[in-house]
Design a protein around this ligand. Sequence first.
Ligand SMILES: *[C@@H]1O[C@H](CO)[C@@H](O)[C@H](O)[C@H]1NC(C)=O
Ligand SMILES: *[C@@H]1O[C@H](CO)[C@@H](O)[C@H](O)[C@H]1NC(C)=O
Ligand SMILES: *[C@@H]1O[C@H](CO)[C@@H](O)[C@H](O)[C@H]1NC(C)=O
Length: 365
Amino acid sequence: MARGMLPVITMVVALTAMALAAITPMASTPVEDIIYVSSENVASEESMRGLYERWYMLYRRDGDPIDKEKRFAIFKAEAHAVHKLNEGGARVKHNLNWFADMTQDEYAESFANCSPLEVRSRNERKLNLHQPSEYYPDKLPLTVDWRTVDGVLTSVKHQGNCGSCWAIAAAQAMESVHFLKNKKRVNVSSQEMVDCTNGNNGCKGGRASRAFQYVINKHGIHSSEQYPYVGNGSHCTTPAGPPVMSIGRFIFVHRHNEKKLMDAVALAPIVVSIRGTNSSEFMRYSGGIFRGPCDTEKRHQALLVGYGTMPSDDANDPGVKYWVVKNSWGVSWGERGYMRIERGHEADGGLCGIMRYPLYPAHPK
Ligand SMILES: *[C@@H]1O[C@H](CO)[C@@H](O)[C@H](O)[C@H]1NC(C)=O
Ligand SMILES: *[C@@H]1O[C@H](CO)[C@@H](O)[C@H](O)[C@H]1NC(C)=O
Ligand SMILES: *[C@@H]1O[C@H](CO)[C@@H](O)[C@H](O)[C@H]1NC(C)=O
């Protein structure tokens, strides 16, 4: 328990500063399965119990009853912390999501530590580098959001207790590129990549680049109907039937270059690495523009699906620039499964290193 409490305390200090920033209301539709925390909820042991039961029915219905009592203590601390953070109209919102009864270590193991650094050889850097479009650098769209284009993105996934973020991000990037080229929807199997990719570690983490390499070597990837997601590492099998799609290569976007990344994501969604995911701020994020901290070294991979700028009421304030990221932690996390994260910080590779290792799959020529 003591270990679980520590991040709670440090986080309150970090977020007080953030809450002082101007308050901008956010337009988002509440999702049915989100549990909000009110002062009444945290007032007594009894009300806390009621809140836990509601949460439990949504997230741990089939849980072990002995474990349930033990975890009530973690949940209570989490509910208090979340309530405190949301007080005073904090700009970044937090809620009791799927992680609310997990210790920081449990969360970190499957969710925050899912992807080591991307690697790229000198040759890959030279040969397979994003070629900027005719819109680069001065005619880039002000806003890009692939969620608004029907067919490009499939539903938000939940990786479960499996460090498969890299496979899910890779699968979704391939689904998008297939749709954009052929106007055909497919559900690409991330489980096949979890089970079969060489040089990756299955549910213990991996790199999207190796998942793409697997698909290139195998001349295709099967669908999640042919090779369903089980959320644990199993034996690599070859499903019946032909693969549903293939890619010819994968392409890196220049590092530390905001406009080139904007240009690339305007053409199709991009796999990005995000540093600093092992923090309670990241774990509890439920809305607004995330501004860190990202000070832990653990990494995650997710899908970049757009960018924009949140306007400000003050004519002299240019507003807050952000990226839109699709995560694989279900719809109870973030803005229905997505995160807006501050854009800028180019010299540092972007907030949480988001501009450091972007890559995307490309069709065979
Ligand atoms: C995640 O953070 C917690 C709390 O700071 C720390 O105890 C734990 O070792 C970290 N886990 C990983 C995998 O980095
Ligand atoms: C993809 O999966 C979704 C959700 O399971 C399903 O509704 C859809 O029909 C699938 N698409 C294809 C092309 O199989
Ligand atoms: C993986 O998940 C499947 C489906 O839930 C289950 O049948 C299997 O026993 C699991 N394997 C391991 C090693 O946990």
